[in-house]
Ligand binder design. Structure first.
Ligand code: PEP
Length: 250
Protein backbone atom coordinates (compact mmCIF):
# COMPACT_ATOMS: atom_id res chain seq x y z
CA UNK A 1 0.00 0.00 0.00
CA UNK A 2 2.60 2.58 1.10
CA UNK A 3 5.83 2.28 -0.82
CA UNK A 4 9.01 2.49 1.24
CA UNK A 5 11.04 5.69 0.73
CA UNK A 6 14.76 5.68 1.43
CA UNK A 7 15.94 9.30 1.62
CA UNK A 8 19.55 10.39 1.98
CA UNK A 9 20.29 13.61 3.87
CA UNK A 10 23.86 14.48 2.94
CA UNK A 11 23.98 17.38 5.41
CA UNK A 12 27.02 19.60 4.72
CA UNK A 13 29.04 16.94 2.93
CA UNK A 14 30.10 16.75 -0.68
CA UNK A 15 32.39 17.86 -3.48
CA UNK A 16 31.99 17.63 -7.25
CA UNK A 17 34.02 14.42 -7.27
CA UNK A 18 32.13 12.86 -4.38
CA UNK A 19 28.73 13.71 -5.85
CA UNK A 20 29.72 12.15 -9.20
CA UNK A 21 30.95 8.98 -7.59
CA UNK A 22 28.01 8.65 -5.22
CA UNK A 23 25.32 9.32 -7.81
CA UNK A 24 26.95 7.11 -10.43
CA UNK A 25 27.00 4.30 -7.88
CA UNK A 26 23.40 4.87 -6.84
CA UNK A 27 22.25 5.03 -10.45
CA UNK A 28 23.95 1.73 -11.22
CA UNK A 29 22.56 0.15 -8.05
CA UNK A 30 19.05 1.42 -8.65
CA UNK A 31 18.71 -0.63 -11.81
CA UNK A 32 17.92 -3.76 -9.82
CA UNK A 33 14.24 -4.13 -8.91
CA UNK A 34 13.22 -2.87 -5.49
CA UNK A 35 10.14 -1.97 -3.52
CA UNK A 36 11.77 1.25 -2.40
CA UNK A 37 11.77 4.75 -3.82
CA UNK A 38 15.05 6.59 -3.40
CA UNK A 39 15.69 10.30 -2.88
CA UNK A 40 18.82 12.31 -2.11
CA UNK A 41 19.18 15.70 -0.41
CA UNK A 42 22.54 17.25 -1.37
CA UNK A 43 23.74 20.67 -0.17
CA UNK A 44 22.46 23.55 -2.35
CA UNK A 45 25.59 23.93 -4.55
CA UNK A 46 25.29 20.34 -5.76
CA UNK A 47 21.64 20.46 -6.77
CA UNK A 48 22.56 21.37 -10.35
CA UNK A 49 24.87 18.38 -10.55
CA UNK A 50 22.20 16.12 -9.02
CA UNK A 51 19.67 17.46 -11.48
CA UNK A 52 21.85 16.80 -14.52
CA UNK A 53 22.86 13.33 -13.34
CA UNK A 54 19.50 12.11 -12.03
CA UNK A 55 17.12 13.61 -14.59
CA UNK A 56 15.07 10.79 -16.10
CA UNK A 57 16.16 8.26 -13.46
CA UNK A 58 14.09 6.70 -10.69
CA UNK A 59 15.99 8.67 -8.02
CA UNK A 60 14.42 11.92 -6.80
CA UNK A 61 16.31 14.83 -5.31
CA UNK A 62 15.53 17.67 -3.00
CA UNK A 63 16.99 20.34 -0.74
CA UNK A 64 17.70 20.35 2.97
CA UNK A 65 15.89 23.61 3.66
CA UNK A 66 14.21 26.59 2.00
CA UNK A 67 13.31 30.13 2.95
CA UNK A 68 9.60 30.91 3.08
CA UNK A 69 10.04 34.27 1.33
CA UNK A 70 9.72 34.29 -2.48
CA UNK A 71 12.75 36.60 -2.95
CA UNK A 72 14.43 39.66 -1.51
CA UNK A 73 16.87 40.73 1.16
CA UNK A 74 17.59 37.32 2.70
CA UNK A 75 21.32 36.92 2.34
CA UNK A 76 22.40 33.30 2.33
CA UNK A 77 18.92 31.92 1.81
CA UNK A 78 17.27 29.98 -1.02
CA UNK A 79 13.64 30.17 -2.21
CA UNK A 80 11.23 27.46 -3.32
CA UNK A 81 11.25 28.81 -6.88
CA UNK A 82 15.03 28.40 -7.00
CA UNK A 83 14.77 24.79 -5.86
CA UNK A 84 12.16 24.10 -8.52
CA UNK A 85 14.50 25.48 -11.19
CA UNK A 86 16.94 22.76 -10.22
CA UNK A 87 14.32 20.03 -10.49
CA UNK A 88 13.84 19.44 -6.77
CA UNK A 89 10.69 17.51 -5.95
CA UNK A 90 11.18 17.35 -2.17
CA UNK A 91 12.50 19.56 0.62
CA UNK A 92 13.33 18.79 4.24
CA UNK A 93 11.72 21.09 6.79
CA UNK A 94 12.43 21.26 10.49
CA UNK A 95 15.43 18.94 10.62
CA UNK A 96 16.60 18.85 14.24
CA UNK A 97 19.89 20.51 13.27
CA UNK A 98 17.92 23.43 11.79
CA UNK A 99 15.88 23.65 14.97
CA UNK A 100 18.73 23.31 17.46
CA UNK A 101 21.69 24.98 15.72
CA UNK A 102 19.88 27.63 13.66
CA UNK A 103 17.03 28.34 16.04
CA UNK A 104 14.14 27.47 13.74
CA UNK A 105 10.98 27.52 15.82
CA UNK A 106 7.85 25.44 15.27
CA UNK A 107 6.38 28.52 13.57
CA UNK A 108 9.39 28.90 11.26
CA UNK A 109 9.08 25.24 10.34
CA UNK A 110 5.36 25.66 9.65
CA UNK A 111 6.11 28.67 7.40
CA UNK A 112 8.56 26.56 5.41
CA UNK A 113 6.10 23.69 5.17
CA UNK A 114 3.36 25.99 3.85
CA UNK A 115 5.71 27.54 1.28
CA UNK A 116 6.90 24.13 0.10
CA UNK A 117 3.36 22.88 -0.31
CA UNK A 118 2.14 26.00 -2.08
CA UNK A 119 5.02 25.86 -4.53
CA UNK A 120 4.50 22.19 -5.41
CA UNK A 121 7.41 20.72 -3.47
CA UNK A 122 6.84 17.71 -1.21
CA UNK A 123 7.75 18.78 2.31
CA UNK A 124 9.45 16.17 4.50
CA UNK A 125 8.56 17.37 7.98
CA UNK A 126 11.09 16.23 10.59
CA UNK A 127 9.96 15.82 14.18
CA UNK A 128 11.48 14.19 17.24
CA UNK A 129 12.45 14.52 20.85
CA UNK A 130 15.79 15.06 22.57
CA UNK A 131 17.17 12.53 25.04
CA UNK A 132 16.22 14.78 27.92
CA UNK A 133 12.65 15.02 26.66
CA UNK A 134 12.44 11.25 26.21
CA UNK A 135 13.78 10.65 29.69
CA UNK A 136 11.29 13.18 31.01
CA UNK A 137 8.40 11.25 29.43
CA UNK A 138 7.70 14.06 26.97
CA UNK A 139 8.23 12.25 23.67
CA UNK A 140 4.59 12.24 22.60
CA UNK A 141 3.86 15.78 23.72
CA UNK A 142 6.93 17.11 21.86
CA UNK A 143 6.04 15.28 18.65
CA UNK A 144 2.44 16.38 18.99
CA UNK A 145 3.46 20.02 19.45
CA UNK A 146 5.74 19.90 16.40
CA UNK A 147 3.00 18.34 14.26
CA UNK A 148 0.30 20.66 15.58
CA UNK A 149 2.29 23.74 14.61
CA UNK A 150 1.96 22.60 11.00
CA UNK A 151 -1.50 21.02 11.23
CA UNK A 152 -2.88 24.27 12.62
CA UNK A 153 -1.73 26.00 9.45
CA UNK A 154 -2.51 23.50 6.71
CA UNK A 155 -5.01 21.09 8.27
CA UNK A 156 -4.82 17.37 7.73
CA UNK A 157 -5.35 17.94 3.98
CA UNK A 158 -1.90 19.53 3.83
CA UNK A 159 -0.41 16.10 4.49
CA UNK A 160 -1.97 14.48 1.46
CA UNK A 161 1.23 15.31 -0.42
CA UNK A 162 3.74 15.42 2.43
CA UNK A 163 6.08 13.05 4.24
CA UNK A 164 6.75 12.96 7.98
CA UNK A 165 10.12 11.85 9.35
CA UNK A 166 10.30 10.81 12.99
CA UNK A 167 13.88 11.44 14.05
CA UNK A 168 14.64 11.08 17.74
CA UNK A 169 17.44 13.61 18.22
CA UNK A 170 19.38 11.23 20.46
CA UNK A 171 19.58 8.73 17.60
CA UNK A 172 20.83 11.12 14.89
CA UNK A 173 24.49 10.57 14.06
CA UNK A 174 25.10 8.75 17.34
CA UNK A 175 24.98 5.11 16.23
CA UNK A 176 22.29 4.69 18.88
CA UNK A 177 19.38 3.63 16.69
CA UNK A 178 15.92 3.53 18.25
CA UNK A 179 14.76 -0.06 18.56
CA UNK A 180 12.11 -1.05 16.02
CA UNK A 181 9.65 -1.19 18.95
CA UNK A 182 10.52 2.32 20.13
CA UNK A 183 10.23 3.70 16.61
CA UNK A 184 7.02 1.81 15.80
CA UNK A 185 5.40 3.12 18.99
CA UNK A 186 5.88 6.74 17.97
CA UNK A 187 5.08 6.09 14.31
CA UNK A 188 1.76 4.55 15.38
CA UNK A 189 1.15 7.55 17.63
CA UNK A 190 1.75 9.88 14.68
CA UNK A 191 -0.47 7.88 12.31
CA UNK A 192 -3.26 7.67 14.91
CA UNK A 193 -3.14 11.41 15.29
CA UNK A 194 -3.77 11.86 11.56
CA UNK A 195 -6.32 9.03 11.53
CA UNK A 196 -8.40 10.84 14.14
CA UNK A 197 -8.87 13.54 11.49
CA UNK A 198 -8.79 11.64 8.20
CA UNK A 199 -8.41 7.88 7.80
CA UNK A 200 -7.48 7.99 4.15
CA UNK A 201 -4.74 10.59 4.50
CA UNK A 202 -3.39 8.78 7.58
CA UNK A 203 -3.39 5.48 5.70
CA UNK A 204 -1.38 6.81 2.79
CA UNK A 205 0.99 9.09 4.75
CA UNK A 206 4.60 7.96 4.56
CA UNK A 207 6.25 8.17 7.98
CA UNK A 208 10.02 7.69 7.77
CA UNK A 209 12.28 6.81 10.67
CA UNK A 210 15.60 8.65 10.97
CA UNK A 211 18.45 8.10 13.40
CA UNK A 212 21.49 5.91 12.66
CA UNK A 213 19.75 3.74 10.07
CA UNK A 214 22.20 1.38 8.37
CA UNK A 215 22.26 -1.74 6.24
CA UNK A 216 22.06 -3.97 9.30
CA UNK A 217 19.10 -2.43 11.10
CA UNK A 218 17.00 -1.20 8.16
CA UNK A 219 15.14 -4.45 7.45
CA UNK A 220 13.91 -4.77 11.06
CA UNK A 221 12.79 -1.15 11.15
CA UNK A 222 11.06 -1.20 7.77
CA UNK A 223 9.22 -4.41 8.65
CA UNK A 224 7.17 -2.54 11.27
CA UNK A 225 3.66 -1.66 10.30
CA UNK A 226 3.98 2.11 10.50
CA UNK A 227 7.59 2.58 9.40
CA UNK A 228 7.54 3.49 5.73
CA UNK A 229 11.22 4.02 5.10
CA UNK A 230 14.16 5.96 6.42
CA UNK A 231 15.72 9.39 6.45
CA UNK A 232 19.37 8.45 6.41
CA UNK A 233 22.33 10.70 7.19
CA UNK A 234 25.78 9.11 7.53
CA UNK A 235 24.97 5.90 5.67
CA UNK A 236 23.65 7.83 2.68
CA UNK A 237 27.16 9.09 1.89
CA UNK A 238 28.49 5.70 0.84
CA UNK A 239 27.11 3.90 -2.19
CA UNK A 240 27.24 0.42 -0.69
CA UNK A 241 25.72 1.47 2.63
CA UNK A 242 22.86 3.40 1.08
CA UNK A 243 22.10 0.63 -1.42
CA UNK A 244 22.17 -1.92 1.40
CA UNK A 245 19.39 0.08 3.09
CA UNK A 246 17.41 0.27 -0.15
CA UNK A 247 17.91 -3.45 -0.71
CA UNK A 248 16.85 -4.30 2.86
CA UNK A 249 13.29 -3.60 1.83
CA UNK A 250 11.38 -6.86 1.49
C1 PEP B 1 19.80 12.67 9.59
O1 PEP B 1 20.70 13.34 9.12
O2 PEP B 1 18.63 13.06 9.50
C2 PEP B 1 20.13 11.41 10.22
C3 PEP B 1 19.16 10.63 10.64
O3 PEP B 1 21.46 11.10 10.34
P1 PEP B 1 22.10 9.66 10.72
O4 PEP B 1 21.46 8.63 9.82
O5 PEP B 1 23.55 9.81 10.48
O6 PEP B 1 21.76 9.39 12.15
Amino acid sequence: MRKILVAGNWKMHGSHAMVSELLEGLLAGSESPSNADMAVFPPFPYLAQASSMLEGSSISWGAQNLNPAPKGAHTGEVSAAMLLEFGCSHVLVGHSERRSIYGETDEDVADRFVTALESGLVPVLCVGETLEQREGGETESVVQRQLDAVLNRVGVGGFERAVVAYEPVWAIGTGQTATPEQAQEIHAFIRDKFASQDDIIAGQLRILYGGSVNGSNAADLFAREDIDGGLVGGASLKVDDFLAIRNAVG
